[in-house]
Structure formats: structure tokens, C-alpha cells
Design a protein around this ligand. Structure first.
Ligand code: NAP
Length: 323
């Protein structure tokens, strides 16, 4: 199966778009990369980084003659973008995307597209909390899953061609139904983000004195939520606006389970707490075994001990070496 495309058009050139540009170029998967984005300064940044060959603010211009088009903007912009590119699409082109929700994408993009292109929605399950063209790196997709959700009308050979493109960038590829994707991602990605946004938001609302203590002692757990809660606000706003039903369904289950834990804490049911925490530990082990996380302690953070200035040592009871 050929993974080679003549012209790849990337509409939106942030973390995901720039990572695709770098990975596709490195693997020799395309001859020409054409880039379009909303703001001139982002386009200039992409040009300075040498991410493509053609740069334009006009998405229709970018897709002209492209045999692969990938929407890499926030999902909320898809409707307008699909409308804009539709008249300029090359017959036979594959049109895809990277959006974190899939049913909504089908709903807003498909009606605008001509019948002679192949629409194959996609979602690389890979990312970081950084945004913009300079955040991308070609290894982003290595060892990570990419989900494709083609409709029944798409010829298998076209889906295979796109799957080979993602595989050549290092992804493992799986096809599934768009609604199923949204339900799975609601619990594996969207609810964890909502929980992180909530816990970090709670701290943001605390009075200043308490807040500074939380930041000082953040390595006790809070810090790991802040990585997720630093994710792009616009992208995540769109995820919750467009995957509402699946998120609410999973949030219902989450709330019920939280109530069970709350009750166990209140009644001092140590057995229930220990049983739950033992089950969750096993889930982490299976994620490591599946190659989706490092087994290194503390997420593999480097642990050279920084020198501790004497003034930072707080002796709570006035004790010390001579106590
Ligand atoms: P990002 O770094 O914030 O970049 C978004 C890009 O889209 C920027 O180039 C931005 O350009 C452009 N854009 C925004 N609004 C636009 C509009 N109305 N018309 C045209 N371009 C527009 O975002 P990202 O993290 O790459 O995410 C992009 C997509 O990937 C989203 O749909 C997201 O759901 C999906 N995704 C993200 C992750 C992740 O972890 N970040 C993972 C998987 C999938 P300007 O600067 O010119 O506005």
C-alpha cells in the first residue's frame, strides 16, 4: 500500500499540524506541504520554522491540488473551514482531521464536502500541554494510537492508504465507529481533563495564603494535575461543547463512584478504600505493559538533587543536627 501523497494540505498549524508536517517530511511521505492558518503571525512562525513549502491564509488556496487534506484546527472552526475548502477540493482527495471528537466532526464537515472526495475523520491519541507551531516534534505519534472513523461509503483502499500514512509516522492505527470513539475518549481523555481543570480551579479560588502553600507542596500530587489543566483552553472548550452527551454519561458514572469513595472515607471503611486503590494500581501496570507509559518512577522526571539553600530548610521544632 502506497503511503505517498503529492500534496498534503494542513489547515491549522499548531502542536498537531506542525508535528504531522515534521513527521511526514522526515519519513518522505509527501512531495509538497501546504499550510494555512487563521492568523498572519502564526503563518509567519510556521514559515520561519520551515514546516512547509506553501503558506497561505486562504484555506481554499491551500487545498487546491492536494491529494491529502488534514484539518488541524480546533473543532469549533471545522464548520466554517469545511465550507471554505469544499469548492477547491481535488476529486479523489482524502479529507481527514485530527479533532478530539468524532461524531460532531462528521455532522459539521460531511454535509459541505463534494461526493467525489473521501472523508475519513481521524484522531491521533497523542499530545502535550503545549500549543502552536513551535510545539510540534516529529516523534509525537511514535507508539501512540491513531483512530480513524470512516463511514461505510469510504472504499477500504482509501482508509488503508491513510492508515499507512499514520503508521509511517509511527502510529498504531485502529478504525471504529465515531460514536464509540467519543464514548471511549470521554472516559480516557475528556473526564480526566475535566477533573484536572476542576481541581486546579479549586486551588485558583482559594485565598492567597493557602494557594501559595498548595504551590509550595505541589509535588505531593497536585502538580501532576496541573500538566493536564495547562492544556489549550480553546481546544478543550470545543471538546466539551461537542462531546456533551458522552461526557455527561461518563460524568454520571464518575460522580456515582466518587460518592462511594466519599462514603468509604466518611464511614472509615478501610477495606473498601484499599480494594479500590489496589484495582487502580493494576490499571496503571497494564498501561505500562501496553507501552503507553514509562515504568520509570515519577513519570521519568530527572531526579538530580538540586542544591538546597540553607535558608530553605525549615526546622519546625527548632531541632537540627545538634537536637
Ligand atoms: P493548537 O496548537 O492550539 O493549534 C491550533 C491551530 O489551529 C493554530 O494553527 C491556529 O491558528 C489554528 N486555528 C484556530 N482557529 C482557527 C480557525 N478559525 N481557522 C483556521 N485555523 C485556526 O492546537 P492543537 O493542539 O494542534 O489542536 C488542533 C486539533 O488537534 C484540535 O482539533 C484538537 O482537538 C486536536 N488534538 C489535539 C491534541 C492535543 O493534545 N493538543 C491531541 C489530539 C488531537 P492561529 O494561531 O492562526 O489562530
Amino acid at each position: 500500500m502506497s503511503t505517498h501523497f503529492r500534496k498534503l494540505a494542513l489547515i491549522g498549524i499548531g502542536l498537531i499540524g506542525s508535528s504531522i508536517a515534521l513527521a511526514a517530511r522526515r519519513q518522505g511521505l509527501v512531495d509538497v506541504i501546504s499550510i494555512s492558518t487563521r492568523r498572519q503571525e502564526t503563518l509567519d512562525e510556521a514559515r520561519e520554522l520551515g514546516l512547509g513549502d506553501i503558506y497561505t491564509l486562504d484555506p481554499a488556496e491551500a487545498v487546491r491540488g492536494a491529494d491529502l487534506v488534514i484539518l488541524c484546527a480546533p473543532v469549533g472552526a471545522y464548520d466554517t473551514l469545511a465550507k471554505a475548502i469544499a469548492p477547491a477540493l481535488e476529486p479523489g482527495a482524502i479529507v481527514s482531521d485530527v479533532g478530539s471528537v468524532k461524531e460532531h466532526v462528521v455532522k459539521v464537515v460531511a454535509p459541505h464536502l463534494p461526493a467525489n472526495v473521501h472523508f475519513i475523520p481521524g484522531h491521533p491519541i497523542a499530545g502535550t500541554e503545549h500549543s502552536g507551531p513551535s510545539a510540534g516534534f516529529p516523534e509525537l505519534f511514535a507508539g501512540r494510537w491513531c483512530v480513524l472513523t470512516p463511514g461505510p461509503e469510504v472504499p477500504a483502499a482509501e482508509t488503508e492508504k491513510l492508515a499507512s500514512f499514520w503508521a509511517a509516522m509511527g502510529s498504531q492505527v485502529e478504525s471504529m465507529d465515531a460514536a464509540h470513539h467519543d464514548m471511549v475518549l470521554a472516559i480516557t481523555s475528556h473526564i480526566p481533563h475535566l477533573v484536572a481543570y476542576n481541581i486546579v480551579g479549586t486551588v485558583a479560588d482559594l485565598e492567597t495564603a493557602t494557594q501559595s502553600e498548595v504551590i509550595k507542596f505541589s509535588a505531593s500530587g497536585f502538580r501532576d494535575f496541573t500538566r493536564i489543566a495547562a492544556s489549550d483552553p480553546v481546544m478543550w472548550r470545543d471538546v466539551f461543547l461537542t462531546n456533551r452527551d458522552a461526557v455527561l454519561e461518563m460524568l454520571g458514572r464518575f460522580s456515582e463512584d466518587l460518592s462511594v469513595l466519599q462514603r468509604a472515607v466518611r464511614t472509615g471503611d478501610g477495606e473498601a478504600l484499599e480494594a479500590m486503590f489496589t484495582r487502580t494500581r493494576a490499571i496503571r501496570r497494564s498501561i505500562i505493559n501496553a507501552g503507553q507509559e514509562t515504568a520509570a518512577p515519577d513519570f521519568g522526571r530527572p531526579h538530580e538533587a538540586p542544591p538546597v539553600p540553607e535558608t530553605n530548610i525549615v526546622r519546625e521544632h527548632g531541632g537540627g543536627d545538634d537536637a
